[in-house]
Write a protein that binds this ligand. Structure first.
Ligand code: DLZ
Ligand code: SF4
Length: 509
C-alpha cells in the first residue's frame, strides 16, 4: 500500500507481531491507540484490567515511537467516547486514506467495525489476527463434519503441527498425549509456595492507577495490590521466574485449592498472552526446553502446553465457530438472579468467599477456582447464564469474550448442550475438600448434606441432579450417578431436595 494508512491498535493487540504493524512503514503510516469510554465501560471491568490495559497501551505507544512510528494516542482524560470517534478524528489528523485494524477478539466490536467503512467514508481493512496458532479457517476445517468438538483431538493435531513434545518418530514424548492423571494432587500445604515477585509500578503505571481510581470508583479491584507487568520485557521476566521457580510444581498442584495462596504455582501469563505482551508459541517452546533440560516433569510441561497450545486456541475456535447465537444458549434454562454477594464475596462458604474475594480484589483466580468453586456453584444453583458470563467478563484481568464465553457458558455452566464438555462439571463439597484446605476453615461441614452445618454444595449438587435428571440420563457418563440417586430411599431424596430448596431460598438471597 503506497498511500498513507492509519493503523488502529486495540488495547489487547499490543505486539509488534500484530499484523497491522508487521508491514507498516514508520515514516509513512500512522498508528492510533485510544483509551475510550465505550471499551472501558461495556461491562464493569475490574480496575486491575483497566489499569493493565491503559498502562500497557501507553508503554506500547512509547515503544512504537522509539521505533520511529508516528503515533496518535488518545488518553481517557480527553473524553473520547468510542473507537469509531477516535478513528474519525485520527483520519483527519493523519490525512490517511485507509484504516487497517487486526480483527478484534470480540464479536461485539467486530460487528461495529464492519460498519465503519460506510460510516467513515474510507476503506477499512480487517486483518486476521495471526498471533493465534490456529487460524479460524484451520479450526473450521477441523470442526466441519465432526459431531463432537473435543479439545483432546484438536490438541493432538496442534502438537503434531507445531512439533511440540514429540519424539524423534513424531510420537508424543513419553508415549502419551495427556498426563492429566498426574496433575490432580490436592493441597495439604505439602510444600512451600514460592514468593512471587511483583512488578514495581513506574511513573506511567502510577498515573494510570490514579486515573482509574478517580474515574472508576465503583468498579471491583484493589489497586493497592496492582503487581502486573505492563511491558513485554517485564512480562517475559515474570514468565522466566515461573519457569525457574514454579513450573516444577505446576503440574502436580494444577487442580489444587489453597487457603494460603491465590496463585500457587500457576503461570499468571494469560493476561499477557491475551493482550499481546507474550506470544503463545515462544512460551510453549520455553517450557519444552525447561523439560528437556530437566527442570520439570513431562507431566508439568505437557499440562502447561496443553493449556496454551490446546485449550486457548480451541476455545477461540469454538467462539468464532458458534457465535453469535452461542451467547444466548442456556441448556438448563438457568435464570436465577446472581446474588449481590458475588460482588463482595460476602458468604460463609469459605472456598467460594475466598475465590470471589480474590477475583474481585486481584482480578485473578486460577482455573479450579473459576471452574469448580465459582462456576460449579453457579451451575448447581441455576444462576442466570448471561449474568454469570457478564460477571466473569468484568471481573478477570485476562477476560475477553472470545476466551471468557466458551469457558463460562460452555465449560462451567454446560450452557451449550455439551458442544465443549462431555458432561457437566458438577461436583459436591467432597471434590472441593479433596482438592484443598478450605474446608477446615469453613463454618460448614463437607460431610453433611442436610442440616444447619451441611456444606451447601452437597444439597445443591443433588438438587441439580434431581431437577435435571431427564436431561442427564441421556448422558452415558452420568448414568451411574443418576442410577444411584434414583435408587436412594425416596424420603432421603425428598429431604435432600427440600434442604437444597431451603439453601436456594436463604443462602442465595
Ligand atoms: C478491555 C479494554 C478496555 C478496558 N479499554 C480499552 C480502550 O480504552 N481502548 C482499546 O482499544 N481497547 C480497550 N480494551 C480492549 C478492547 O475492549 C478489546 O480490544 C475488545 O474487547 C476486543 O477484544
Ligand atoms: Fe466450601 Fe463446603 Fe468446604 Fe465450606 S465445607 S469450604 S462451602 S466445600
Amino acid at each position: 500500500m503506497s498511500t498513507t494508512t492509519l493503523r488502529l491498535v486495540l488495547g489487547d493487540q499490543l505486539s509488534f507481531e500484530n499484523p497491522v504493524l508487521v508491514n507498516a512503514e514508520p515514516q509513512r503510516d500512522w498508528v492510533l491507540l485510544a483509551e475510550v469510554a465505550e471499551e472501558a465501560t461495556y461491562v464493569p471491568h475490574n480496575r486491575h484490567k483497566i489499569a493493565l490495559i491503559f498502562s500497557a497501551m501507553r508503554h506500547f505507544a512509547d515503544a512504537l515511537r522509539e521505533r520511529g512510528f508516528k503515533v496518535i494516542y488518545r488518553s481517557f482524560d480527553e473524553g473520547v467516547s468510542s473507537l469509531r470517534h477516535a478513528a474519525e478524528d485520527a483520519l483527519k489528523t493523519s490525512k490517511a486514506s485507509a484504516l487497517l485494524v487486526t480483527a478484534p477478539g470480540e464479536y461485539r466490536l467486530r460487528t461495529q467495525i464492519q460498519a465503519w467503512e460506510s460510516e467513515l467514508g474510507v476503506p477499512v481493512y480487517l486483518q486476521e489476527d495471526a498471533r493465534f496458532l490456529a487460524s479460524l479457517d484451520y479450526f473450521e476445517s477441523w470442526a466441519s463434519g465432526r459431531k463432537q468438538l473435543r479439545m483432546e483431538y484438536f490438541y493432538r493435531e496442534m502438537r503434531r503441527h507445531y512439533k511440540l513434545l514429540l519424539d524423534e518418530d513424531g510420537e508424543p514424548e513419553g508415549g502419551k498425549w495427556n498426563y492429566d492423571a498426574d496433575n490432580r494432587k490436592g493441597w495439604r500445604a505439602q510444600t512451600e509456595v514460592p514468593e512471587r515477585p511483583a512488578v514495581a509500578a513506574d511513573t506511567i503505571t502510577r498515573e494510570v492507577i490514579e486515573l482509574v481510581e478517580r474515574e472508576f470508583p465503583g468498579n471491583p479491584g484493589d489497586l493497592n495490590e496492582f503487581r502486573l507487568a505492563v511491558t513485554s520485557s517485564d512480562a517475559q521476566s515474570q514468565f522466566d521466574w515461573f519457569c525457574k521457580h514454579a513450573l516444577t510444581d505446576f503440574g502436580s498442584y494444577q487442580d489444587a485449592l489453597a487457603e494460603e495462596s491465590p496463585w500457587m504455582f500457576h503461570g499468571l501469563i494469560s493476561m499477557y498472552l491475551n493482550i499481546g505482551l507474550l506470544e503463545p508459541l515462544p512460551v510453549c517452546r520455553q517450557v519444552e526446553i525447561a523439560w528437556r533440560e530437566g527442570h520439570c516433569s513431562l507431566a508439568a510441561a505437557e499440562g502447561f502446553i496443553r493449556q496454551v497450545l490446546g485449550w486457548r486456541e480451541y476455545v477461540r475456535g469454538i467462539y468464532w465457530h458458534a457465535m453469535p447465537d452461542y451467547a444466548l444458549r442456556n441448556t438448563f434454562e438457568a435464570r436465577r438472579a446472581l446474588p449481590a454477594w458475588f460482588w463482595t464475596g460476602d458468604t460463609d462458604m469459605r472456598c467460594l468467599s475466598r475465590a470471589l474475594r480474590q477475583s474481585l480484589d486481584l482480578g485473578y483466580a486460577h482455573h479450579i477456582q473459576r471452574l469448580m468453586v465459582i462456576g460449579n456453584f453457579a451451575l448447581l444453583a441455576g444462576l442466570d447464564v448471561e449474568q454469570v458470563c457478564e460477571w466473569y467478563l468484568a471481573v478477570y484481568v485476562d477476560a475477553f469474550e472470545w476466551v471468557e464465553l466458551p469457558n463460562t457458558l460452555g465449560m462451567a455452566l454446560h450452557g451449550d448442550n455439551g458442544l465443549m464438555a462431555s458432561k457437566p462439571y458438577a461436583a459436591s463439597g467432597k471434590y472441593i475438600q479433596r482438592q484443598g484446605n478450605h474446608c477446615s476453615a469453613c463454618r460448614y461441614d463437607p460431610k453433611q448434606t442436610t442440616g444447619e452445618n451441611a456444606c451447601p454444595y452437597n444439597s445443591l449438587y443433588w438438587h441439580f441432579i434431581d431437577r435435571h435428571q431427564d436431561y442427564l440420563t441421556k448422558n452415558a457418563r452420568m448414568g451411574l450417578i443418576i442410577g444411584g440417586w434414583k435408587k436412594r430411599d425416596a424420603a432421603d431424596r425428598e429431604a435432600i431436595v427440600a434442604w437444597g430448596d431451603r439453601i436456594l431460598a436463604t443462602v442465595l438471597d
